[in-house]
Write a protein that binds this ligand. Sequence first.
Ligand SMILES: C[S@@+](CC[C@H](N)C(=O)[O-])C[C@H]1O[C@@H](n2cnc3c(N)ncnc32)[C@H](O)[C@@H]1O
Length: 226
Amino acid sequence: MSSTLSPRSALDAEAVKTAYRRWARVYDTVFGGISGYGRKRAVAAVNALPGERVLEVGVGTGLALPSYSRDKRITGIDLSEDMLERARIRVLQDHLTNVDDLLEMDAEATTFEDDSFDIAVAMFVASVVPHPDRLLAELKRVVKPGGHILFVNHFLATGGLRLSVERGMARASRSLGWHPDFAIESLLPPEDLRRATLTPVPPAGLFTLVTLPQCESKSDAAALVA
Ligand SMILES: C[S@@+](CC[C@H](N)C(=O)[O-])C[C@H]1O[C@@H](n2cnc3c(N)ncnc32)[C@H](O)[C@@H]1O
């Protein structure tokens, strides 16, 4: 991964846990509103796709969990036990019987078997994980051929005032717990960027929904990078 594309200040796993230990109590109030459209669009896209088994990566406080259709079976993972604790309370309070598991696990190195899920979705997570390229590789491993990988995220603007503001905000990455200067090319290599569907999401196209279909076979996937 080119260092010019990667965010400039790395957030390691411990920094993520520390940041989200602080955020957990106030996360839904501070971040739940502005990110609501993106979360709703991503879950609606998941609900419309074929396949039952869904992995939600970086499930956080579980804000998306009540919106999945009941015929989807959800497994959520997160690095932060403090965030997961809130997701578990939500599952109990809302009687979300289609949530199978909420596990403390690193999305870059999960313990799932190959091809365990039909769909993986990561909402506002790609710019938080230490190594987005490892996240993508892991999701490709655990999602079945013909399945789908979805991201919704804020990506670095390509120009104008927003670019300067985001570059400036990047200095606060550690306390924010995410990278304002996260470019889409840090997540998707050119061959995936060509295949992905990118949909701007409100408010003001600040976020983007990315839908990446898995190749039908391992040999198709290998041919893409050849
Ligand atoms: C901005 S929050 C998004 C939470 C949730 N997806 C939502 O839409 O509100 C980012 C979440 O990703 C989690 N996270 C960061 N790095 C992770 C990793 N490597 N593996 C699993 N979860 C991770 C954080 O702990 C945090 O809960």
